[in-house]
Design a protein around this ligand. Structure first.
Ligand code: NAG
Ligand code: NAG
Ligand code: NAG
Ligand code: NAG
Length: 431
């Protein structure tokens, strides 16, 4: 019983294998001949017998092209360059290499050759910053299809110049292009046109710093002297990834800037006023050099960040001057009379800035009540002159009033500037 089963299985297996072999030989016999290298060699000698690689294939050869972007190595806004890794694919017809009408080679669908024997359109990357030579790859196999269609896909790292607009740095969107043009042959001898899908991104690797947004491609002509050359423009738009810059550039800047106004809250007697102010200024200057390393040195576009930084620096420097003024006022000798004008202005300012929290202007010395007594009496200005010894302001009071005024002015100035900067940056994001 067992032996019979094994015999049956072997029989079935045999039938299956033999049947399949018969099928294979059957299908092979329908093809007229087998591929052999000898036949390809004879095809090559037929095709290339009188082939001159320097003559162009047609009166007007149309070269279709597209780009396959693999990745962006770098988009340097300081040097204004983009470094991209990409393949171009150029497709054109060479009627001399068309064997579709010859029955003897009809089973050979394509052969491969290299630049050394084929006509290759002389194409350069027009806006390259590193390599001005023709696009070329001596070892790259070029596909020659049966109908004479040639497919050539040279790849490389292309460094191209790029018009950088740094206005909205670090929230910027940049558009960089790769421009191809023909050398030698003018547009009515060799013309470049776009493939149906001009930009292929199937293998694109996202960049860590830039997000791909969109691309555009266009074919046009360019005038060099009196000659017209064909040109193709592949442009890519990238947006900077902002979280990193928000954390490393913008927030520290806001924190640093907000420290400036609090210098006016330090009492003169603490002796730290000027030291604190200069320290903040110094930190700011160091920070400025760090940031300016990333800002393009060209003057074609000024970034809002630079303007903002310089305004903040100006605020810091002016604060130093005002602090010196306050300290100077504070230490004026008692013998020096405060003029009526100064006093009236001071009282007016004090009423303005201390409307609610008038304690900020209270003199430490209770015998000299100054503004406080004025306010308690309903701000009767005439009282000053009634009892000049009791009610006159001291220089220390004037200094305190100045401190209070400057604190408020600086606080509002900084808040308003931060808001304006934030609004400008927020509106640019939409484009
Ligand atoms: C090549 O020739 C074929 C048929 O003549 C045509 O359909 C095709 O568009 C041509 N290819 C190019 C790149 O011009
Ligand atoms: C190749 O030759 C065939 C037959 O002669 C023709 O139909 C075809 O258009 C040719 N291909 C090209 C690209 O010219
Ligand atoms: C692509 O570029 C062409 C030519 O520069 C322009 O006319 C077209 O509006 C652009 N398309 C997009 C989507 O930007
Ligand atoms: C290439 O295309 C981009 C976007 O369409 C455009 O800004 C740029 O000026 C074009 N460059 C040339 C040389 O035509």
């Amino acid at each position: 019983m067992r032996a019979m089963l094994i015999y049956l299985i072997i029989c079935c297996f045999k039938a299956l294998v033999v049947g399949q072999l018969a099928g294979v030989t059957g299908s092979l016999s329908t093809v007229n001949t087998l591929y052999t290298s000898a036949r390809e060699e004879s095809l090559r000698s037929d095709l290339f017998g009188s082939y001159q690689k320097n003559s162009r294939p047609a009166p007007i050869s149309d070269i279709r092209c597209n780009i396959k972007l693999l990745s962006i190595k770098d988009l340097n806004i300081r040097e204004q360059t983009m470094s991209s890794v990409a393949y171009f694919t150029f497709i054109w017809n060479d009627t001399r290499l068309n064997w579709s009408s010859s029955a003897s080679y009809s089973d050979i669908e394509a052969i491969y050759s290299t630049e050394s024997v084929l006509f290759i359109p002389p194409i350069v990357v027009e806006n390259s910053v590193s390599n001005l030579g023709l696009i070329s790859d001596k070892t790259l196999p070029i596909k020659i299809a049966q109908n004479g269609e040639i497919t050539w896909s040279p790849g490389n790292i292309y460094d191209t110049s790029c018009d950088i607009d740094a206005t909205f740095y670090p929230f910027d969107v940049q558009t960089c292009s790769i421009i191809l043009t023909t050398r030698g042959y003018t547009s009515n001898q060799l013309s470049l046109s776009l493939n149906d899908v001009p930009v292929i991104l199937t293998s694109y690797q996202e960049n860590g710093e830039w997000t791909y947004i969109r691309s555009n491609a266009s074919a046009s002509v360019v005038l060099h002297g009196s000659e017209v050359y064909s040109q193709v423009n592949f442009s890519f738009t990238f947006e900077r990834r902002t979280p990193f810059h928000l954390l490393s550039t913008i927030l520290p800047l806001f924190f640093l800037v907000s420290m400036t106004c609090f210098v006016f809250k330090i009492p003169v007697d603490a002796g730290e006023k000027l030291g604190y102010c200069l320290t903040v200024l110094l930190a700011f200057a160091v920070y400025l050099t760090l940031v300016s390393d990333n800002i393009p040195t060209t003057s074609t576009s000024t970034s809002y960040l630079s303007v903002f930084l310089n305004l903040m620096l100006a605020i810091g420097v002016s604060a130093v001057f005002l602090i010196i003024l306050v300290i100077h006022t504070h230490f004026k000798s008692e013998d020096e009379e405060i003029s009526n004008f100064t006093e009236n202005i001071s009282i007016f300012v004090a009423k303005m800035v201390c409307l609610r929290h008038y304690t900020c202007c209270r003199s430490t010395d209770n015998s000299s009540v100054g503004v406080v007594s004025l306010q308690e009496k309903g701000g009767n200005f005439n009282d000053i002159h009634v009892d000049p010894i009791r009610n006159r302001l001291k220089w220390q009071d004037v200094a305190k009033i100045l401190d209070a005024l400057f604190f408020r002015v600086y606080l509002w100035l900084i808040i308003i500037m931060i808001i304006i900067y934030a609004v400008i940056m927020a509106t640019c994001d939409s484009n």
